[in-house]
Design a protein around this ligand. Structure first.
Ligand SMILES: Cc1cc2nc3c(=O)[nH]c(=O)nc-3n(C[C@H](O)[C@H](O)[C@H](O)COP(=O)(O)OP(=O)(O)OC[C@H]3O[C@@H](n4cnc5c(N)ncnc54)[C@H](O)[C@@H]3O)c2cc1C
Length: 297
């Protein structure tokens, strides 16, 4: 096995300089959950393990002036899930993270690490995409912001360049009266990754028609998916069970589904049909309940 150095810089500049110097053979390590498994199995053979754990500024979890939630690259699933400000203002995010793996994994694994890993069978990408979240990428060349929906481009593939670090994920404030839901379906143990997961975010206008709607399906194919034509057609409509069924049908027809140990491609398509309808109904119920009042789940 080739030699592998381990470094743990205390500043972002030093980490970025190392990434720029070593390139693709440097592997950033956040919680190390995925890195440990892939190192052990020989799937990755980096020349440098770049631990991020001592870079204090990456641990931030805060709300910015415009109401955006900034989740630093070292914030674990559990820290985000348990943060009062997340539970109060983005409850659907807290709900989703509580569905990831088990407490032991969530205490160690970071949310940004989950996104960077880009395993198709993951929970957070779908809900973050539906919430309009973005990933902040920083290198010595500068900083760029990429929507979560465009960050993952395939199985274990993101748009991150080898000299870039993902420093944070940023989640915009939910509009007043928004309702959101994430539904996960597992086919194996309770701690398993999703066979599919569906996130829906709805804002009703004063006439109780759909002002904003986003539905993102995760874990069905290689990356989170939405069906823009179906979403555009729903805008301005009453959100009832018939509309949810129409959307579900459109998603079941259009979404790419893969076969693996968790489900066949056919079964996943059936799951999409059922869970898109359920997620839309639940988000709409939450939006209607709190319309004009505040935010909900
Ligand atoms: C038993 C088990 C059950 C699981 N169940 C679920 C589940 O139900 N749902 C789910 O969604 N996930 C699940 N996971 C996956 C788990 O959530 C991820 O492996 C974890 O979030 C990765 O985060 P980490 O901080 O440990 O990343 P690491 O292992 O440190 O890194 C993961 C990858 O991202 C890169 N990386 C990390 N941080 C950065 C950064 N800041 N900038 C650039 N690159 C970076 C690393 O180089 C590596 O390629 C499960 C994992 C296990 C072991």
């Amino acid at each position: 096995m080739a030699e592998c150095a381990v470094v743990a810089p205390t500043g972002l500049e030093e980490a970025l300089a190392l990434l720029a110097e070593v390139g693709p053979e440097a592997l950033p390590v956040a919680g190390g959950v995925w890195v440990t498994l892939t190192l052990r199995s020989g799937l990755v053979q980096p020349r440098l393990l770049l631990s991020l754990r001592r870079i204090a500024e990456l641990g931030e979890l805060a709300v910015e002036r415009d109401g955006t939630l900034r989740i630093g690259a070292l914030a674990t699933h559990r820290a985000v899930e348990r943060a009062t400000l997340v539970r109060e203002r983005w409850p659907v995010l807290a709900e989703t993270l509580a569905e990831v793996a088990n407490v032991r994994v969530r205490e160690q694994a970071t949310l940004v690490g989950n996104l960077c890993e880009a395993d198709p069978a993951s929970d957070p990408p779908a809900v973050l995409a539906a919430l309009g979240a973005t990933v902040e990428l920083v290198s010595r060349r500068g900083r760029r912001i990429v929507p979560v929906a465009d960050f993952v481009v395939g199985a274990y593939q993101t748009v991150r360049e080898p000299d870039e670090l993902a420093t944070a994920v940023r989640v915009p404030a939910l509009p007043v009266g928004a309702g959101a839901a994430y539904l996960k379906f597992r086919t194996r143990s309770h701690e398993d990754r999703p066979a599919i997961g569906v996130a829906a975010v709805i804002v009703l206008d004063p006439a109780q028609r759909i002002g904003h709607l986003d539905v993102v399906v995760g874990a069905a194919g290689d990356r989170p998916q939405r069906v823009p034509e179906a979403l555009a057609a729903a805008r301005g409509a009453w959100c009832d069970e018939a509309l949810a069924a129409t959307l579900a049908e459109a998603y079941a027809e259009a979404v790419e589904t893969v076969a693996d140990l968790r489900a066949s491609a056919w079964y996943r398509r059936e799951l999409v049909r059922v869970f898109v309808a359920r997620a839309v109904c639940l988000a709409a119920e939450r939006a209607a309940r709190d319309a004009g009042g505040g935010q909900d789940g």
